[in-house]
Design a protein around this ligand. Structure first.
Ligand SMILES: [Zn+2]
Length: 488
């Protein structure tokens, strides 16, 4: 599989440290508010990547942190603590806020068919690991204590800006967000590993440490949690493009300084979801959630399809018109699949050829848009229903759009409607066996004519026909479902 690597800026063949196994790390949410659908775009694309790796035979271990401490509002160790902000807003404790929004996050994920990671680790669970790592960094000369905080010394590195060298100056911490620069830092790119003293508000959650009572910086948690669960070699690290700097840059700096060798080879970043007015974020006003999509009548799986229709390395513009178009496309797909009949023999040659289109698309830097085209190709293909259904089931282990389940619901509704229609259908039944065919046809025509007369409220004519039939020796029995007759 070819995958774009943010670290090398090229499409690389996906290779793991241990053949057949993938240690995958995903930066989890800071649980101070609901996730917006822009954040969730990253998790959807990462989910598809994980499922595709499993589909191709890899054994995947995926680890995700939950940030419930230490993430300040600027990403660069300045501003207000996000968790504290959430707690104040809702007049709850930080841990209450963390629990509520962690549950809300995974509820949204379930609705979007995002698989639960194998390991979910809240930062507050790993304080001893953070302290151990910070101690190690101080011992190795990569960290220093200044004005009560422990900082990582970026001047000790050969290379700090690993993702975006040319923008080094633009990205400089402190300048970017227009916030006051931390004067305790030796270099402006240094970042906090452990806070004991903050010029900002006091924190609710604090722990003892060799440097005094305090709390960890945001970046250290991902490095320590990854090392704890995936060991010294992480194969694949994922996140939104926002995370590349400073968060992932700092993760690499401290992890490699600590372990003394390359840490993670492959970096996967998902681009922004934009609205017509710009990037979607919690502070920009336009704050769309999964619940809001549902309130407006869109299935979360329609949003999943909306995301999969475009490439993860392109910015995606969200609009309600776009969602309407995707909803129509989704319903059409489901309706088509609902008409396919299960059973019968699979045409293996056709199956292999159509599957190849799907894997070619996915191997091509996770081109989900082309993979969706491959799904349409299956529906259009000149092959039997059994082959089509087998292919759709196969693709759905990766795309996970709920198409088979939704189609089963549609087929069930259609069958029920058909059964209901059959009950109200009006039928003529002959209950005397062995009659002449010509005679039966004549009788049935008269019965039909009598029914038509009754429908037209011409009762005189209806009675007249009945008399004719009686004269022919025919006895009628009317019922709700039609007329049955006998010949005496
Ligand atoms: Zn992270």
């Amino acid at each position: 599989m070819q995958l774009y690597n943010s670290l090398t800026h090229t499409r690389d063949e996906f290779v793991t440290h241990e053949p057949g196994k993938v240690g995958m790390y995903t930066c989890g949410p800071t649980v101070y508010h609901f996730a917006h659908i822009g954040n969730l775009r990253s998790y959807i694309m990462e989910d598809v990547l994980e499922k595709y790796l499993r589909y191709t035979g890899y054994e995947v271990k995926r680890v995700m942190n939950i940030t419930d401490v230490g993430h300040l509002s600027s990403d660069a160790d300045t501003g207000e603590d996000k968790m504290l902000k959430g707690a104040k807003r809702e007049k709850k404790t930080v841990m209450e806020i963390a629990k509520f929004y962690t549950d809300a996050f995974f509820a949204d994920c379930a609705k979007l068919h995002i698989k639960m990671p194998d390991v979910v680790e809240p930062a507050t669970n790993c304080i001893p690991e953070f302290i151990q790592m910070v101690e190690g960094l101080i011992e190795k000369g990569y960290a220093y204590l200044a004005e009560g905080n422990v900082y990582f010394d970026t001047s000790k590195l050969e290379e700090y800006y690993v993702f975006n060298k040319q923008e080094a100056e633009d990205l400089a911490v402190g300048v970017r967000d227009g916030v006051e620069e931390d004067t305790a830092k030796r270099n402006k790119t240094d970042f906090v590993l452990w806070f004991t003293k903050s010029k900002f508000e006091d924190q609710e959650l604090k722990w003892d440490s060799p440097w005094g009572v305090g709390y960890p910086g945001w970046h250290i948690e991902c490095s320590a949690i990854s090392l704890k669960h995936l060991g010294e070699y992480c194969d694949l690290h994922c996140g939104g493009i926002d995370n590349a700097f400073p968060h992932h840059t700092n993760e690499i700096a401290q992890s490699e300084a600590y372990i003394g060798h390359e840490w993670c080879r492959q970096w996967f970043h998902v681009l922004h979801l934009n609205t017509n007015t710009g990037k979607m974020s919690k502070s920009s006003g336009e704050f769309l959630t999964v619940s809001l999509l549902e309130e407006k009548g869109y299935s979360p799986l329609v949003y999943r399809l909306f995301c999969l229709q475009s490439h993860y390395r392109k910015s995606l513009v969200f609009s309600w018109e776009g969602m309407d178009g995707t909803k129509t496309a989704y319903n059409k797909l489901v309706a088509k699949i609902a008409t396919l009949k299960d059973g019968g023999e699979i045409d293996q040659a056709q199956f292999d050829a159509l599957k190849q289109r799907f894997t070619d698309a996915m191997d091509n830097d996770l081109n989900t848009a082309l993979a969706i085209t491959a799904l349409y190709d299956v529906l259009k293909a000149k092959t039997n229903d059994a082959t089509k259904l087998a292919l759709i089931r196969d693709f759905e282990t990766v795309l996970d759009l709920g198409l088979i389940e939704e189609a089963a619901k549609v087929a069930e509704l259609q069958a029920a409607a058909k059964a209901a229609a059959a009950v109200t259908e009006w039928v003529i039944t002959c209950e005397t066996p062995g009659l002449d065919e010509g005679f039966m046809k004549e009788v049935e025509e008269l019965i039909q004519a009598r029914a038509d007369a009754k429908k037209a409220k011409d009762f005189a004519k209806a009675d007249e026909i009945r008399d004719t039939l009686t004269g022919m020796g025919v006895t009628l029995k009317d019922s709700k479902g039609g007329v049955s007759w006998t010949k005496g």
